[in-house]
Design a protein around this ligand. Structure first.
Ligand SMILES: Nc1ncnc2c1ncn2[C@@H]1O[C@H](COP(=O)(O)OP(=O)(O)OP(=O)(O)O)[C@@H](O)[C@H]1O
Ligand SMILES: [Mg+2]
Length: 304
């Protein structure tokens, strides 16, 4: 793969022993600072893709074929120590079940410290605590020593997800992979987490690969969306184009499954975004013109 200045360029397949082609020649790229949505049904390969980019799929007995170029480096060819230096530092992950992602036996401050010390050292414990409090503030959690002393059982699921986001951004990753980060949350907390991700993207310039089965959440956050069906990328286009002229039959079914909005509800995509997230998201609002449907024929698609 030739260098192109993109943050991430993927052209990969993944096989599991009992499931060859869990991902089948999935090609897409991601600009620096971009939020790309990845949507697909259960079992379509979304988490497999996230695990492959993080170099974790071999721990699930998966085999990666192809290329994963991140920030000019080829991840698919890297050994574990090199990958470990990138994971959690340059590429972070937030998962769907915040409570099980935290260690129930450790106080929040201890978990913050472990995340920090995995890649950095040299701060006094007072400065470390200031850093943790600053990150609690960034994700709208109580920036108080008392909060740091709590155990995961003493915070809500929504607070746990914000906490995990705070830990995930501590090393200022260039890419955050969020694998269904809102699906365990109630609708209001979901909207708050989406708004938080949009703010962090704007503030830190961090690209986000936002994985979801919910097209409306994707529309609220992402300018472009890639659609996975049974391990194949069937469509990849601007979010507006996906809603206005879905080219692939599977995408059409996804769009038709989005609940109809009342007539009085704001109809433009930008306003839907604002309604769902509570923020006016410039990337979504400024979505460029839809691509012609002719470039989005059904079959395996690569993401321009
Ligand atoms: N370790 C594994 N061994 C064998 N098959 C696996 C393994 N992990 C996932 N699979 C299979 O690979 C396919 C893709 O799974 P994956 O978890 O990536 O889907 P997903 O799109 O994330 O689904 P969901 O929306 O339910 O999270 C599924 O058919 C799944 O059964
Ligand atoms: Mg999954």
């Amino acid at each position: 793969m030739k260098p192109s200045g993109k943050l991430l360029e993927v052209d990969l397949s993944v096989d599991y022993p009992n499931m060859p082609g869990a991902l089948d020649q999935v090609r897409f790229d991601l600009d620096r600072g971009e939020i790309l949505g990845l949507v697909g049904g259960s079992g379509s390969g979304k988490s497999t893709l996230a695990m492959a980019v993080l170099g974790l799929v071999q721990w699930k007995n998966g085999r990666v074929r192809g290329a994963i170029r991140f920030d000019g480096r080829e991840l698919a060819a890297m050994r574990e120590p090199e990958l470990r230096a990138i994971r959690g530092s340059q590429i972070s992950l937030v998962l769907q079940s915040p409570v099980s992602s935290l260690n129930p036996a450790l106080r929040i401050e201890t978990q913050f410290r472990e995340a920090w010390k995995a890649h950095r050292s040299g701060l006094s414990s007072t400065h470390e605590r200031e850093l943790f409090l600053e990150h609690l503030r960034m994700v709208n959690l109580p920036a108080e020593p008392d909060f740091l002393r709590r155990y995961p059982s003493q915070i809500s699921v929504g607070q746990a997800q914000r906490l995990l986001i705070a830990m995930a951004i501590m090393h200022r990753p260039k890419l955050l992979i969020a694998d269904e980060p809102t699906s365990a949350l109630d609708p209001i907390t979901q909207a708050e987490v989406l708004a938080l991700l949009a703010r962090l993207n704007a503030r830190l310039g961090m690209a986000i690969l936002f994985i979801s089965h919910d097209l409306l959440s994707i529309a609220s956050l992402c300018r472009r969306v890639a659609i996975l069906e049974q391990g194949r990328l069937v469509e990849c286009a601007d979010t507006a184009a996906i809603f206005q002229a879905p080219a692939h039959p599977f995408t059409r079914r996804l769009v038709e499954a989005v609940p109809a909005l009342p007539h009085s509800f704001p109809s433009s995509l930008a306003n839907i975004a604002a309604a769902v997230t509570g923020v006016s998201h410039a990337r979504t609002a400024a979505a460029p013109q839809p691509q012609p449907a002719s470039t989005l024929d059904s079959g395996t698609e690569s993401c321009p």
